[in-house]
Design a protein around this ligand. Structure first.
Ligand SMILES: *Cc1c(COP(=O)(O)O)cnc(C)c1O
Length: 398
C-alpha cells in the first residue's frame, strides 16, 4: 500500500529500495513482512546511536509531553543546555540552531559574507569550496557543492563560489585572494566518495586561512557526532575551524541543524541578522542533548575507534583477496570501499545483493560502497556483512 501511494503521490526524486520499514531497534530494521535487516547506513549517518535508543526515546517522549515549540522569541532550557554542552565540547563560543544540514550551511555562508560586509569589506564575498564536495540542495548550498551532476537544470546559481581540487594545497593557495571571505570543506568528503583530508593538507588549509584572515568553515554534518571516532572529525587532525556546521546525527533522527562559531566569527551576525521559526525547538534540542550525553560516556568514542580498526582490517582483507576491490578508506565508522566496475557488477548491484541478504549499505557514483553503521554496531554484525561481501566478490574472481 505505502509503495503505491508513495509512487503515485510523492515526487519521484529518490530511487527507493525494498518493502516499507515499520520498526527499528538498535542496528536492526524490520520491514512490513517481518524481514529483519542489519543497518550499515543508519539513515545516511543519522541514527548514530542506533534506531529508537531507549534513552533518546525517553527524552523525546518526556519533552513531547512538556513543551514542543515556542519559537526563538523566547527562552527554553533544552536549547540553552544543548548550546552549553556543544560549546563546552568544541572550539565554538556560539551556536545558531536550524533544522537541517543545508540550513546550517546557509547560515554559515551568510555569516561568512556578513562578517566582512559588516566591516565594510563589501568585495570580500567569495567562498572557496572543494571539487566533489557536498553541502546541500538549497540554492546557496548547491552553489557551494562541487558536483556538476546535481546542479544541472538549476542555473543560474548563486554567485561567488569557487571550487578547487580537494587535498591540493597549491590550488587553494592560488584561489585565495582579497575577494575570498571563507574556505568551506568537509574534513572527510562523504557524498563525494568517502575521501578523508590528508592530515598535512588540512593543517596547511588552517594555516593559510589564518595567514590571509579568511574564515575556515568545516561542514561536519556527516562527519560529526562521533561518526569519525572523535566527537568532531577535525579533532583528530589537531585543527579547529572558525565556523562548523552540524546536522544529521545531532539528534539521532529528529530534524535539527546547527552552526557553531568562535566569538570573533559570530560577531558577523547581530540582532535580526538571521532567523528560523523552528530552529532549536525544545523537542529537537532535548533529543540532541541526550545524544551528546550518550556519545560523551566513558569509552564510547574509544569503542568506535576499535570497531573502525576492526572493520577496516576486515575490508582490507577483502582487498587483498579480491582484485575487484581497488581501495578501502575512511575514518571512524565512515568507510568507503571502491570497486573496479570496468567489468562485472556495479556498486549499486552490490548494494542490491546485500539488501536481498538483509544488509543495508549504500553505493556512491556506482563504484564506491559506503558503510556508515550505527556506532553501536557489533563485531559479529561486521563479520556477517564481510562474509556476504566476500561471497559476492568471490563470484567475480577469475
Ligand atoms: C547531508 C549533508 C548535507 C545536507 O544536509 P541536509 O540535512 O540533507 O540538508 C550537507 N553537507 C554534508 C557534508 C552532508 O553530508
Amino acid at each position: 500500500m505505502s509503495i503505491e501511494l508513495t509512487q503515485d503521490h510523492v515526487f519521484q526524486t529518490y530511487a527507493r529500495q525494498g518493502r516499507p520499514f515499520v520498526k527499528g531497534e538498535g542496528c536492526k530494521l524490520y520491514d512490513d513482512q517481518g524481514k529483519i535487516y542489519t543497518d550499515f547506513l543508519a539513515g545516511i549517518a543519522v541514527c548514530n546511536l542506533g534506531h529508537c535508543h531507549p534513552d533518546i526515546t525517553a527524552a523525546i517522549s518526556a519533552q513531547a509531553g512538556t513543551l514542543v515549540h515556542v519559537s526563538n522569541l523566547f527562552y527554553t532550557m533544552p536549547q540553552a543546555e544543548l548550546a552549553r554542552a556543544l560549546t563546552e565540547k568544541s572550539f565554538a563560543d556560539r551556536i545558531f540552531f536550524a533544522n537541517s544540514g543545508a540550513e546550517a550551511n546557509e547560515a554559515a555562508i551568510k555569516l561568512a559574507r556578513r562578517f566582512f560586509q559588516a566591516k565594510g569589506e563589501t568585495d570580500r564575498f567569495k567562498i572557496v569550496t572543494m571539487q566533489q564536495s557536498f553541502h546541500g540542495r538549497t540554492m546557496a548550498t548547491l552553489s557551494a557543492t562541487g558536483q556538476d551532476k546535481i546542479k544541472k537544470g538549476f542555473y543560474p546559481l548563486l554567485d561567488g563560489f569557487v571550487h578547487v581540487p580537494f587535498n591540493d594545497i597549491e590550488a587553494l593557495k592560488a584561489a585565495l585572494d582579497d575577494t575570498v571571505c571563507a574556505v568551506m570543506m568537509e574534513p572527510v568528503q562523504g557524498e563525494g566518495g568517502v575521501i578523508p583530508s590528508d592530515p598535512k593538507y588540512i593543517k596547511a588549509v588552517r594555516q593559510l586561512c589564518t595567514d590571509t584572515g579568511t574564515l575556515l568553515i568545516f561542514d561536519e554534518i556527516q562527519t560529526g557526532m562521533g561518526r569519525c571516532g572523535t566527537l568532531f572529525a577535525h579533532e583528530s587532525y589537531g585543527v579547529t575551524p572558525d565556523i562548523m556546521t552540524l546536522a544529521k546525527a545531532l539528534a539521532n533522527g529528529v530534524p535539527i541543524g546547527a552552526m557553531l562559531a568562535t566569538e570573533e566569527a559570530a560577531s558577523g551576525f547581530e540582532m535580526g541578522s538571521h532567523g528560523s521559526t523552528f530552529g532549536g525547538t525544545p523537542l529537537a534540542t532535548a533529543a540532541a542533548l541526550e545524544v551528546v550525553r550518550l556519545i560523551s560516556e566513558d569509552g564510547f568514542l574509544a569503542s568506535v575507534c576499535e570497531k573502525s580498526a576492526y572493520f577496516l582490517a576486515q575490508l582490507n582483507g577483502l582487498k587483498e583477496k579480491h582484485k575487484k576491490v581497488v581501495d578501502v578508506r575512511g575514518k571512524g565508522l565512515l568507510i568507503g570501499m571502491e570497486l573496479d566496475v570496468s567489468k562485472g557488477k556495479t556498486a549499486s548491484e552490490y548494494m542490491a545483493e546485500c539488501f536481498k541478504k538483509g544488509f543495508i549499505i549504500n553505493a556512491i557514483q556506482d563504484k564506491i560502497l559506503r558503510f556508515a553503521p550505527p556506532l553501536i554496531i557489533g563485531t559479529a554484525e561486521i563479520n556477517q556483512l564481510v562474509a556476504v561481501l566476500d561471497n559476492l566478490l568471490a563470484g567475480e574472481d577469475h
